[in-house]
Design a protein around this ligand. Structure first.
Ligand SMILES: NC(=O)C1=CN([C@@H]2O[C@H](COP(=O)(O)OP(=O)(O)OC[C@H]3O[C@@H](n4cnc5c(N)ncnc54)[C@H](O)[C@@H]3O)[C@@H](O)[C@H]2O)C=CC1
Ligand SMILES: CC(C)CC(=O)C(=O)O
Ligand SMILES: [Mg+2]
Length: 368
């Protein structure tokens, strides 16, 4: 039987730096666990634009559709800010998400014990935190039409459209309820039903799906602005949060800080089941290309490593191996290994991206 296939799209900025550490772990699984993957690599984002004049070629798109899982680093950077939006690096990622139909983006925010003291929130607020934000990923204001910058009279107007169909809301709601059943049976849905029609429909559909199909799950609704406040005030009141594309983007960056750093948050973007029964999937850290630290060996690779752990769990049915990677990360943090983002100004000497990867490999070795 063929090995499971992975397409690596490391992208721009710190993307290739954090992905290099995941490649070490993929190699480790081949040599130490006898679990081999067929890995191919390609370009996405600014590097694809530089090579091909587009942030994602049709050939790369086709490869992404064929593999068992895509691993992505990050896209974008100031060099590309001058480009028309149609060819911006971020557009390559949006195309992948849309054409692979990755409607359910799981963004777990877990505070490792060793980092509970480091968070900018009080220790008792974040210690033991383990929540998942389920972000709708293929619709909403990042995709709605009309969009663009137009001229009206003698001035320009920038337009984006928040648009959600009933079926788009229902399917992401189902994925949140299914996840809740595997966790603590509790979902909070966030929108702005007080000021947006799409929010009113969101609340109605989530409630309908709940009442018809998941009455056993505890469901609450919150306006997303109040939800942001509650997420900072007492995040442990939540378990699964389901929300739209834009609010999910903002709330998950915020949730990252509950865990200590944006460099800690992984994600899995899941679509419909493929022939092998596993969902079509792309795994990526929640963070971006971090141009301010790119090329300096400062990036924290843990978000990317934990995204690979999610791939082991969701795409390769290797839940025990995923837990092995997560425990290795837990161990290195408990041992005090820290990249710069996990240290305050008074902290000691941080490790480099590559040293953090090596420490995780050593912890994996120790797990055998
Ligand atoms: N999925 C993706 O590819 C995403 C791409 N972007 C793009 O990335 C570029 C930069 O965006 P920003 O707003 O600066 O967001 P960013 O997430 O790249 O960085 C925000 C801050 O967090 C820090 N940071 C991020 N990841 C880190 C890591 N692994 N280790 C240590 N520190 C880390 C950065 O140094 C920076 O100070 C933009 O072009 C943006 O569009 C932004 C978010 C997601
Ligand atoms: C397309 C990305 C640049 C948007 C983003 O920030 C994210 O998906 O987290
Ligand atoms: Mg974001």
């Amino acid at each position: 039987m063929a090995n499971p296939s992975i397409l690596i799209l490391a992208g721009d900025g710190i993307g290739p730096e954090v992905m290099a550490e995941v490649k070490k772990i993929i190699g480790w699984f081949g040599t130490k666990r006898g679990i081999a993957f067929d890995v191919t690599e390609d370009l996405v984002g600014g590097c694809a634009y530089d090579a091909h004049g587009t942030p994602l070629t049709d050939a790369t798109m086709a490869k992404a559709q064929e593999v068992d899982a895509v691993l992505l680093g990050a896209v974008g950077g100031p060099k590309y800010d001058v480009l028309d939006f149609s060819v911006k690096p971020e557009r390559g990622l949006l195309r992948l998400r849309k054409e692979m139909d990755l409607f359910s983006n799981l963004r777990p925010a877990q505070c490792f014990d060793a980092l509970a003291d480091f968070s900018s929130l009080k220790k008792d607020v974040v210690a033991g935190l383990d929540i998942v934000i389920v972000r709708e990923l293929t619709s909403g204001v990042y995709f709605g039409e009309p969009r663009g910058i137009f001229t009206e009279g003698n001035e320009r107007v920038g337009i984006n459209t928040q648009r959600y169909t009933e079926s788009e809301i229902a399917r992401v709601a189902r994925s949140a309820f299914e996840l809740a059943r595997r966790r603590n049976n509790k979902v909070c849905s966030m929108e702005k039903a007080n000021v947006m029609e799409s929010g009113i429909l969101w609340r109605q559909v989530v409630q309908e799906v709940h009442d018809k199909e998941y009455p056993d799950v505890e469901l609450s609704h919150m306006y997303a602005d109040a939800g942001a406040m509650q997420l900072c005030r007492w995040p442990k009141q939540f378990d699964v949060i389901v929300t739209d594309n834009l609010f999910g983007d903002l709330l998950s960056d915020m949730a990252a800080m509950l865990t200590g750093s944006l460099g800690m948050l992984p994600s899995a973007s899941l679509g419909q089941p493929m022939a092998n029964g596993r969902p079509k999937a792309l795994y990526e850290p929640v963070h971006g290309s971090a141009p301010d630290i790119a090329g300096q060996g400062k990036a924290n690779p843990i978000a990317c490593v934990l995204s690979f752990a999610m791939a082991l769990r969701y795409s390769f049915d290797l839940g025990d191996e995923a837990a092995r990677v997560e425990k290795a990360v837990e161990k290195v943090l408990a041992d005090g290994v820290r990249t710069a983002d996990l240290m305050g100004p008074e902290g000691g000497k941080p490790v480099t991206t590559s040293q953090m990867g090596d420490a995780i490999i050593a912890a994996l070795d120790a797990s055998l």
